[in-house]
Write a protein that binds this ligand. Structure first.
Ligand code: HEC
Ligand code: HEC
Length: 292
């Protein structure tokens, strides 16, 4: 074979470029390349996790609200479409099932949900699917959180107190909650003390609350600024760590006193330091003025 012939049998550069481009496009479209390999999440599952899972299980027992396993066979589609966006309206209209549910779950009431009819259908088909398979809903669209390690505890504490800012810009937990922890001082009282929250709520329930905050007050703050998965793991590790402690309000106040005293001392010495500096400056100035 003459060199000339060999050269002609190799496709021109343009062909190679085209082939590469086609391959890349195909890879991208099929989601293999560029980190898009995850399967598309079920839209019903995403919605359910974000708006309902904080109060409802599908399988696994009741939480704040009833377990929704098989609800699509117990109630008509029509009823569900009316109830979900306006549970309280249904009760007020005297609907038999709604009145019964409300008395069973009183004093908690299901807040009216802002969901479109399409979104309700997506959620209901998720419930259908899980009920048919007798499968419980697992939050995270199957996406599992990693197991917390001891290293997460101090990180969780820093997130709790606001020393580390929450990535999506939500307020630190301490502005509404307190915990019994020598390293954490006081805290807000709008929300309940969280020292033993991991005894009131089991692990899955607690991570659920953190991942999709649908509790009435919490949702106002964190629906738009949700916690990142890493933050959930770290906060969970921290709350798991403090659960053995007993809330002791008296210790809190004595600690406040000691810290207050220490704080004032620091402030005084700081002022003293600043003041001395200024005096010296003035004195120097006066001396300089006196100089012939
Ligand atoms: C803040 C808690 C809370 C949230 C969030 C919530 N629910 Fe509820 N849900 C309840 C409670 C409590 C009841 C029982 C009725 C009552 O007391 O209001 C209930 C009842 C229901 C029922 C009736 C169950 C039955 O056995 O007939 C359905 C269906 C339902 N919820 C669906 C949803 C869906 C879907 C979402 C999300 C879009 C959702 N809920 C969000 C608390 C909640
Ligand atoms: C704006 C105030 C506010 C902030 C900030 C806040 N919470 Fe809450 N939290 C509440 C209130 C109020 C409740 C009681 C339920 C409700 O009304 O939402 C609550 C309930 C809870 C519960 C359930 C408590 C129980 O006894 O079952 C947990 C867990 C929780 N919060 C964790 C957190 C964590 C972790 C953070 C920080 C990332 C945080 N909260 C930030 C106000 C707040």
């Amino acid at each position: 074979m003459k060199p000339n012939q060999l050269f002609r049998s190799v496709p021109p550069v343009q062909t190679w470029l085209l082939a590469t481009w086609l391959l890349l496009t195909w890879l991208q479209a099929s989601g293999v390349a560029f980190g898009q390999g995850k399967p598309a999440a079920n839209p019903g599952a995403t919605l359910f996790e974000k708006q309902c899972y904080g109060c409802h299980n599908v399988g696994g027992g009741k939480k704040t609200g009833p377990d929704l396993m098989d609800v699509t066979t117990h109630r008509t589609r029509d009823w569900l479409h009316k109830f979900i966006p306006s549970a309280q309206g249904m009760k007020n209209s005297g609907d038999k099932f709604a009145v019964q549910l409300f008395s069973e779950f009183s004093p908690i009431v299901m807040p009216d949900q802002t969901v479109t009819p399409d979104q309700i259908d997506q959620i209901l088909s998720l419930i259908d699917e899980l009920s048919a398979k007798k499968q419980s809903f697992a939050p995270g669209g199957g996406r599992k959180l990693r197991k917390p390690t001891p290293k997460d505890i101090p990180k969780g504490r820093m997130l709790f107190t606001g020393e580390t800012r929450l990535r999506k810009g939500g307020p630190p937990c301490i502005s509404c909650h307190s915990v019994q922890d020598v390293a954490v001082l006081g805290g807000g009282t709008l929300g309940p003390d969280l020292t033993q929250v991991n005894m009131r709520r089991n692990d899955a329930d607690l991570t659920g609350v953190l991942k999709s905050p649908v509790l009435p007050t919490m949702s106002k703050v964190y629906l738009k600024a949700p916690l990142m998965d890493e933050e959930v793991v770290q906060l969970f590790a921290y709350l798991q760590d403090v659960k053995g402690r007993t809330p002791q309000p008296t210790q809190n106040s004595s600690r406040f006193f000691v810290l207050g005293a220490f704080g004032s001392l620091m402030l005084l010495s700081l002022m003293n330091f600043t003041w001395r500096g200024r005096l010296r400056g003035v004195r120097k100035l006066l001396l300089r003025e006196r100089q012939p």
